[in-house]
Design a protein around this ligand. Structure first.
Ligand code: F6R
Length: 612
């Protein structure tokens, strides 16, 4: 869950590496470091703190150095200290490496190396053992030493290594953690994530599990685990560099909230035939016969993506008449799920690299099931290992708290549900037309919500909310998973303890916590349960709770019952979760802003969770 960069060419490596690390700080930001290849020696600079601190420390000192590797860390093994920061070195500092992932057998390797008597360790990290292994096996060829070293390793790694003995050469290895090589003119780049490279090149080669690369300014050579050369396809990345930067907003999160109308439109584009009012998901290679033969769907995901899955359950069950189960990925594989041979597993993952989700995918495939992935990252592990992929076209999401990726996950699930419902003959012409018309209105409605929030209605409620350390989100039916997602967002970035309850559950316990002023955000968009939700709101009112309602236009009956209210544009109630999520995101954002918390990089969290 860290960021990696590498450069070999003729320009000042430090500048390029620092620039790349800044683009990757969302992957980890508790310490940062560089190893640069000077003549016959390596120069290491690393410390706890931000990339900006590192930049200040090295400023102007190493402009003559043209080869180096860098890392920004999110601690797993060992605290975020100077010593534990990457790069890690061998005893003699002739080898330096940066690593993402976990070396599971690091302790036994450490014991083995210590017993040999010629290795001493300085850090608490699992990574350091790799540097000593490479040193141990080095016999004049860095690639050979790295291959021998990783052959001893159990675990996951994206590994980038340099040595003082081989000027200009960088060696990489990948297993279960992403790594790409970028091609330039007489210079080449390495990164764990594409945004780090976009300022320099759009031509990339994605390393697969078990592959190695030997990179110099002049060439990139890729090898399989047996050392055979691989002729790998070069991909052209179409992302706009602007899209990976803040674009004028104070925070990536606000920028990404504002991008939602476009992200939703993009996710539907080319999948909706606007003339015929039909959904076209022919990109998913499942025949109508195969879809009709399905008996059950299992959705597996983590965090926000799991909440998208909960909305997806209700929507898929309604539109396809298939039973749907939803699991948190970290639980799925340990509960011996009953998977039928005609079941489909859907994994949802923005990053496509979440370790638990990937493990669930592998478990399902091992049992012979087809896996369909909904993901935002082309070339991610999930996208490569799944049988079928439905991309969300949200663009890079940098803020740790997911917003636009979540909304596009919802849209992908709606498209899928309409497609499956059509294939299974559950949806008639009229239902399909009205769902497609409803979907088509979403980008305009989202833009309207974002205009409406400028009136300040949400912000004044947040002034109240920001004074509390506890809050509740409630809703029924499709409003409940939106309440769960709203509570998660508030927790993550404002550090207010927020809990979501199915509104009918309040009186079964949590009502005991409602006293004068306690903030309760109520989602009220489902007509079929509006009276029920309103009576739950009255239970809160009777105890003095401060209710803020997010409701649909035309639900005027809600207005008199609550302290303040935010109206959403009118939409078929099955589609309401796409709209109602947005005020909850803004509530979290403004509350965090008032409380002065670190919005884009909340404490203890990282964007991509590639460890279990
Ligand atoms: C919360 C958030 C996380 C992620 C979760 C799964 O705002 O972003 O809960 O949703 O870590 O990540 P992905 O979707 O990358 O698998």
């Amino acid at each position: 869950m860290c960021g990696i960069v590498g450069y070999t060419g003729s320009k000042a490596a430090g500048e390029i590496l620092i620039d790349g690390l800044k683009k990757l700080e969302y992957r980890g930001y508790d310490s940062a470091g560089l190893a640069m290849q000077a003549e016959h020696k390596l120069i290491i600079n690393k410390a706890a703190g931000s990339v900006a601190d590192l930049e200040k420390r090295i400023e102007g000192q190493f402009d003559h150095i043209t080869v180096g590797i860098g890392h920004t860390r999110w601690a797993t093994h060992g605290k975020p200290t100077d010593i534990n920061a990457h790069p890690h070195c061998s005893c003699c500092e002739e080898f330096a490496l940066v690593h993402n992932g976990i070396i599971e057998n690091h302790q036994s390797l450490r014991n083995w190396l210590t017993e040999k008597g010629n290795h001493s360790f300085t850090s608490e990290t699992d990574t350091e053992v790799l540097a000593h292994l490479v040193e141990e096996y080095y016999n004049g060829d860095l690639l050979a030493a790295v291959r021998q070293a990783v052959a001893r390793v159990e675990g996951s790694y994206a590994l980038v290594v340099i040595t003082a003995h081989e000027p200009g050469r960088i060696v990489c290895a990948r297993q279960d953690s992403p790594l790409v090589v970028g091609m330039g003119e007489n210079e080449n780049f390495i990164a764990s994530d594409i945004p780090a490279l976009l300022a320099y090149t759009r031509k990339i080669k994605v390393l697969e599990d078990g592959e190695f690369a030997s990179v110099s300014a002049a060439e990139i050579n890729i090898f399989d685990a047996h050392g055979n050369g691989i002729d790998k396809e070069m991909l052209e990345v179409s992302w706009d560099i602007e899209a990976a930067e803040k674009g004028g907003y104070d925070h990536f999160m606000l920028k990404e909230i504002m991008e939602q109308p476009a992200a939703v439109r993009e996710t539907m584009r080319q999948r909706i035939n606007f003339a015929d009012k039909k959904v076209d998901l022919s990109e998913i290679e499942l025949s109508y016969e195969e879809i009709a033969a399905l008996e059950k769907i299992h959705i597996v995901a983590c965090g926000t993506a799991y909440h998208a899955g909960l909305v997806g359950k209700t929507v898929l069950e309604k539109l396809t008449a298939l039973p749907v189960e939803v699991d948190v990925a970290s639980e799925f594989r340990y509960r011996d799920p009953l998977l039928g041979k005609n079941d489909l597993v859907i994994v949802i993952s923005q990053s496509g690299e979440t370790a638990d989700t990937l493990a669930a995918l592998r478990l399902a495939r091992k049992q012979g099931l087809k896996v369909l992935a909904i993901t935002n990252v082309v070339g991610s592990s999930v996208s490569r290992e799944a049988d079928l992929v439905l991309y969300t076209w949200a663009g890079p999401e940098i803020a740790v708290a997911s917003t636009k990726a979540y909304l596009t996950q919802l849209v992908a699930l709606y498209l899928l549900a309409v497609h499956f419902g059509t294939a299974r003959g559950v949806l008639g012409e009229n239902s399909i037309t009205s769902l497609v018309e409803g979907l088509t209105t979403l980008p305009g409605h989202l833009a309207a919500i974002l205009r409406e929030e400028k009136t300040g209605k949400l912000r004044s409620y947040c002034e109240h909310l920001a004074k509390w350390d506890n809050a509740f989100f409630v809703g029924r039916n499709l409003d409940f998973p939106v309440a769960m997602e709203g509570a998660l967002k508030l927790k993550e970035i404002s550090y207010i303890h927020a809990e979501a309850y199915a509104a009918g559950e309040l009186k079964h316990g949590p009502l005991a916590l409602i006293v004068e002023g306690v903030p309760v955000i109520a989602l009220v968009t489902q007509k079929s349960v509006i009276e029920k939700t309103l009576s739950n709101i009255q239970e809160v009112n009777a105890r003095g709770g401060a209710v803020f309602a997010i409701t649909s236009e035309g639900f005027d009956v809600v207005d008199d019952q609550v302290e303040s209210v935010f109206h959403l544009p009118p939409v078929e109630e099955i589609l309401a979760p796409v709209l109602s999520a947005v005020p909850t995101q803004l509530i979290a954002y403004y509350t965090a802003l008032i409380r002065g918390s670190s919005i884009d990089k909340p404490r203890n969290l990282a964007k991509s969770v590639t460890v279990e």
